[in-house]
Design a protein. Structure first.
Length: 256
C-alpha cells in the first residue's frame, strides 16, 4: 500500500462513531500480532521501543536507532502506521520537519508530537508556541497526520481542561489533524473538550476511563494504550526470571 493510500485510510478510521482502537507496538513481531488480532492501524510506543533497546524514556534513544526500529515495523505492516515521535528529536522546527520527512519516506502516515518534555525524569509542559511552530514546519515539508499531544493532565496543570482546549485550538489553527490528551478521564471533561474542539480526540487507556462504547458517545475518535502492554509483559518476564533462578523448576520456563 502506498503512503498516500495508507494516509487516506488512516484519516477515514478517525471518522467512525466508534473510536479507532490502536494496537500499540514496539517491534516487527508485535506488529504482526496486532494485525493478526484484527487491529486496523498500528501506533508505536516510544516508551516501549526505548526501554527494549536499553534507554530511559524521553528521547534518549538516537533518531537513527528509532528510524531503524520503525523501518522494521513498516516492513511487516499491512495497515497504517503512526509513530510516537515524542517532541520531534529537535527543538528547531525545521529540523523536526526534516526528521518527520524521514519517517514518511519510510511509509508511516501519522505521528504523535507532544508539548511536554521529560527533564530529569519529570514531564514538563512547554510553551504552546513551540509545538505550533513545529506543526507548521512539518506541514510545509510532508503530508502526515499530526496528532498533537497536549500534556496538561500529565503535568497536573491547575486548569487542565481549560488549558487543553486552548492549546488544542492553537494546534488546530497551525494544522494539526488530531488531538491527544493523555489522562483526560472524566465524562464531563471529555464531553466539554469535544464540544469545543472539532478535531478527532485521542484518549489514553486508564482504569478510570469510561467504557469503550461510552467513549464513542462522548465524541472520542481514538483510543491508545502506549507502553502499558509492554510494561505488563516485562513484569511477567521479570517474575519468570526470578522464579526460575530461585527454584530451578523447569515448569517455570516451560509454562507446564
Amino acid at each position: 500500500m502506498s503512503q498516500a493510500k495508507a494516509l487516506e485510510q488512516f484519516i477515514a478510521l478517525h471518522k467512525n462513531e466508534s473510536p479507532l482502537l490502536l494496537g500499540n507496538v514496539w517491534d516487527a513481531h508485535t506488529t504482526k500480532l496486532a494485525q493478526d488480532a484484527g487491529y486496523k492501524a498500528i501506533g508505536t510506543s516510544s516508551h516501549a521501543i526505548a526501554i527494549a533497546l536499553g534507554y530511559a524514556d524521553g528521547e534518549n534513544i538516537s533518531l537513527e536507532e528509532l528510524l531503524c526500529a520503525i523501518k522494521r515495523i513498516v516492513a511487516v505492516a499491512s495497515v497504517p502506521v503512526s509513530v510516537d515521535f515524542e517532541a520531534g528529536y529537535s527543538t528547531a522546527p525545521n529540523q523536526v520537519a526534516d526528521n518527520v520527512k524521514l519517517l514518511t519516506d519510510l511509509g508511516i502516515v501519522g505521528i504523535n508530537l507532544e508539548d511536554g518534555i521529560v527533564k530529569d525524569g519529570t514531564r514538563v509542559l512547554e510553551d504552546a508556541n513551540k509545538l505550533v511552530d513545529k506543526i507548521k514546519a512539518i506541514k510545509q515539508v510532508t503530508n502526515v497526520f499530526i496528532n498533537a499531544r497536549v500534556d496538561t493532565y500529565t503535568t497536573k496543570h491547575v486548569q487542565a481542561l481549560e488549558e487543553s482546549i486552548k492549546r488544542a485550538l492553537q494546534y488546530k489553527e497551525a494544522g494539526a489533524d488530531g488531538i491527544f490528551v493523555p489522562l483526560i478521564e472524566t465524562e464531563a471533561d471529555i464531553k466539554a473538550f469535544t464540544e469545543k474542539v472539532d478535531l478527532p480526540l485521542n484518549v489514553f487507556t486508564t482504569a478510570k476511563l469510561p467504557a469503550y462504547d461510552q467513549l464513542g458517545a462522548l465524541g472520542v475518535k481514538r483510543l491508545s494504550h502506549g507502553g502499558k502492554q509492554f510494561d505488563q509483559l516485562m513484569k511477567i518476564s521479570k517474575d519468570i526470571f526470578q522464579k526460575f533462578i530461585d527454584t530451578k523448576d523447569y515448569k517455570v520456563i516451560l509454562g507446564s
